[in-house]
Ligand binder design. Structure first.
Ligand code: HEM
Ligand SMILES: CC(C)=CCC/C(C)=C/CC/C(C)=C/COP(=O)(O)OP(=O)(O)O
Length: 309
């Protein structure tokens, strides 16, 4: 009985971190690191892999935990979130979750700085800075400052999504960090509006119950559908950018395998967003949301494969 109880304690704290979300965040860091390793033919030591992946996992888990702590009041009201560990009192008092999140955040910063000892001090310092930026942007800027006050909360509050690819890149090289590294971070950042606005259109009533002004919860269905389609087109157009980026010696970073993957997968996402315009409140927005994460993963897989060829 005691073993089963201790497992459920681990499981409920694991659930508190929203693992499905940080799995993809960690995957984008992994993708950026492997792509940089392929492009510059730099081997990544096992220690650097572990420090980089675990710092991003701990940082993302910390951010999700601390935003769950902050949003426990509205989460208890929204249908989609009321079963979570804090609203359901499966973790009580809530300060236990806050402390857990703060410890995770501290661990993520220490692990990121540990990259200094397996690469260079400059690389470790940048990795630490990107973790700190991700934490501050997601917890303080998005959740505490913007989420309940601005329709554009996910724009300034979405910059954190670019942190994991920047950490993955800088764990391998400082070269082209602000061109190709930033482009990979941009893929995640520019992907966010289509990812979340499709979902919040689907859960419009939930968000209005708690007065969270997600753009597609407060706009008309027609305007929301257009915002989703517009953000999808912008994302697809931006997804071509890595194909045109070259190294300092003028060599392309990625080639036609990535280009055609981005074009074909982008065409599917645009088709889904047109479906949302035609039938805005149907399951079309939910389908677009569910396709959005695999779409981002496919782009990062194509970057890894193409850079290895
Ligand atoms: C401000 C930025 C973002 C907001 C507001 C946001 C919001 C959300 C919400 C509300 C959900 C549904 C959660 C649930 O009810 O289970 C969700 C799911 C998800 N998010 Fe995001 N998200 C953001 C950025 C990101 C980023 C940067 C990533 C990873 C790169 C990401 C990955 C995911 C994944 C993998 C899921 C689960 C998808 C599924 O169930 O199919 N999100 N997000
Ligand atoms: C490296 C590092 C620290 C990066 C941080 C990146 C990060 C954790 C991004 C997650 C963003 C996200 C899923 C927000 C959830 O929004 P929400 O709280 O509105 O969703 P909810 O309504 O489902 O709770």
């Amino acid at each position: 009985m005691q073993k089963q109880k201790s497992e459920s304690r681990v499981a409920v704290y694991y659930e508190l971190t929203k693992p499905k979300i940080w799995y993809l965040l960690v995957f984008t860091a992994f993708g950026a690191a492997l792509t940089a390793s392929n492009i510059y033919d730099i081997e990544i030591s096992p220690a650097t892999w572990l420090l980089m992946l675990f710092s991003v996992a701990a940082g993302s888990a910390a951010a999700n935990t601390l935003t769950n702590y902050h949003d426990r009041d509205i989460d208890a009201i929204m249908e989609r979130t009321k079963g979570r560990p804090l609203p359901s009192k499966r973790i009580y008092p809530a300060e236990k979750a806050r402390n857990f999140g703060l410890v995770l955040a501290g661990i993520s910063l220490v692990l990121a700085f540990g990259i200094s000892f397996t690469t260079t001090l400059e690389q470790g310092a940048w990795a630490t800075a990107f973790i700190a930026f991700g934490l501050v942007n997601n917890i303080l800027v998005y959740s505490y400052a913007l989420k309940r006050n601005s329709r554009t909360n996910i724009i300034l509050g979405g910059l954190c999504g670019g942190s994991p690819p920047m950490i993955g890149w800088v764990a391998v090289s400082m070269s082209d960090l602000w061109t190709m590294g930033l482009a990979m971070a941009g893929l995640v950042f520019i992907w966010i509006p289509m990812h979340i606005w499709a979902l919040t259109l689907h859960f419009k009533d939930d968000y209005n119950k708690v007065n969270v002004p997600m753009l597609t919860a407060v706009q008309s269905e027609k305007t929301s559908a257009r915002a989703i389609a517009g953000s999808t087109v912008i994302m697809v157009l931006f997804s071509i950018a890595p194909f045109f980026i070259t190294t300092e010696s003028g060599d392309s970073m990625v080639g036609s395998v990535y280009l055609w993957t981005a074009i074909v997968s982008g065409a599917l996402m645009i088709a889904l967003s047109i479906w949302v315009i035609v039938k805005p409140m149907e399951k079309a927005s939910w389908t677009l949301f569910k396709f959005s994460s695999p779409y981002l993963a496919v782009l990062f897989i194509a970057l890894m494969v193409d850079s290895a060829l």
